[in-house]
Write a protein that binds this ligand. Structure first.
Ligand SMILES: Cc1cc2nc3c(=O)[nH]c(=O)nc-3n(C[C@H](O)[C@H](O)[C@H](O)COP(=O)(O)OP(=O)(O)OC[C@H]3O[C@@H](n4cnc5c(N)ncnc54)[C@H](O)[C@@H]3O)c2cc1C
Length: 380
């Protein structure tokens, strides 16, 4: 089915992203995967190309365009190129809205120009060794010391954790407040007592630096509180919808890409004297996946449009996230199977997509948590 949500401007932007991938990302990607990290130069190149801060107001060096479809194009192209390691989407669509939506004028002037140029790479640190799905279990504390916050605790699984120059940390500011006692505290590179732990060794997305962070008596200036004191939970709930639709967009894009390369593969690969595609079982496999992808595409595109218009709610974002990523997981597994032994070889894109994509049903809220959100909304 013809997609109908994009204009010529979006198509032109897609070409820009493709050129950027071809010139600035793909030639280096193998090395980045070996290094376990991308280069800072790629971030600066993305800034020069106007791929950072798409929705940030122009006065701070951003694109000034809040049409979410541009972000969707970026996510689709990076996914289909097999290059999730350069986490522009995390920076633009997950951390960006906290800075633009909650930042004071002074904070925006301080952080946004570097955010848009690629000089300030960002991360968000919610998860801790003992608290992932249940953010009420967060133990990192930010004590009010009058003229500063005293930050203590540790975080894990933080994307961009090694490269980040600015980390939005979720910390307890009112110890007995439960979910209502959490705040967003911005920690900047170089703060005394802020240390990075291991760059974690993952099964996929090898070039994405996912790290542990430690905060030992870090004195954070009072003016680095982002948003309301004790208001983090509400801020997170407001912004997580965008994170989830972004993961869904990548999920369906990955599934479609896997289907495309596998369709080609089964036409070329021969067994028992004819192409695999002549076998009914193979045709049924492809037919089922194509149907599931088409149905999912329709729903996700509808969510993209609603989100661009500002109307996508948390429940539909959760539906899109769990559905599209579980589809991605199923399609990756079936496509790998259809490649036979070659599918298990890392040099084949299907193998890389299988391991790179496996995280999709876990981060940004697991499938189970998405179902909890949906179920609660229906059965409250
Ligand atoms: C590569 C990677 C990148 C990440 N990036 C970031 C990042 O940038 N910032 C950040 O803060 N975090 C990040 N995370 C963390 C990620 O968001 C968490 O791993 C995720 O939220 C799950 O938390 P957990 O690992 O503690 O699992 P747990 O919460 O311990 O869950 C374990 C299992 O129990 C299930 N479960 C838990 N609660 C329920 C429930 N109520 N009902 C049913 N089932 C339940 C879960 O669905 C899961 O299957 C990242 C993780 C990875 C692996």
């Amino acid at each position: 089915m013809q997609r109908q949500i994009f204009t010529e401007e979006h198509d032109a932007f897609r070409e820009t992203v493709r050129t950027f991938l071809t010139k600035e990302v793909l030639p280096h990607y193998e090395q980045w995967e070996k290094d376990g990290i991308v280069s800072r130069g790629a971030w600066l190149a993305a800034g020069r190309q106007g791929l950072l801060g798409l929705a940030v107001p122009e006065e701070y060096g951003g694109g000034g365009n809040t049409d979410y479809r541009y972000s969707a194009v970026l996510a689709e192209e990076f996914t289909q190129a097999g290059a999730p390691g350069l986490a522009l989407g995390l920076h633009n669509d997950i951390i960006g809205p906290y800075l633009t939506g909650l930042g004071t004028d002074e904070q925006k002037r301080r952080w946004l120009p570097g955010f848009c140029s690629g000089e300030i790479i960002t991360a968000i640190a919610m998860t801790e060794p003992g608290a992932g799905s249940d953010l009420q279990g967060i133990r990192t504390t930010a004590e009010d010391k009058g003229d500063h916050w005293l930050l203590n605790g540790s975080k894990t699984f933080i994307s961009n954790g090694i490269l980040a120059d600015l980390v939005v940390v979720v910390a307890k500011t009112t110890p007995q407040g439960g979910a209502k006692g959490l705040s967003l505290i911005v920690v900047e590179r170089g703060a005394e007592g802020f240390e990075r732990g291991r760059n974690l060794d993952k099964i996929g997305q090898k070039s994405q630096d996912t790290a542990e962070l430690f905060f030992n008596d870090v004195r954070v200036p009072k003016e680095n509180l982002l948003g309301e004191r004790d208001g983090a939970f509400i801020h997170l709930m407001t912004n997580l919808a965008q994170e989830r639709i972004g993961i869904a967009v990548a999920g369906i894009a990955a599934a479609e890409h896997l289907l495309e390369i596998t369709t080609q593969y089964v036409k070329e690969r021969e067994a028992f004297g004819r192409p695999l595609s002549k076998l009914q079982h193979i045709r049924f496999e492809i037919a089922e996946m194509a149907t599931e992808c088409t149905v999912t595409r329709t729903f996700v595109d509808r969510c993209i449009v609603e989100h661009s218009d500002g109307g996508l709610d948390a429940v539909h974002a959760s539906m899109a996230k769990w559905w599209a990523t579980e589809l991605q997981k199923r399609v990756a597994d079936r496509c790998l199977q259809l490649h036979g032994g070659y599918g298990y070889m890392t040099e084949y894109p299907v193998a890389k997509a299988f391991t790179d994509g496996r995280i999709q049903t876990i981060y940004g809220g697991t499938t189970e948590i998405m179902k909890e959100i949906i179920g609660r909304s229906l059965l409250a």
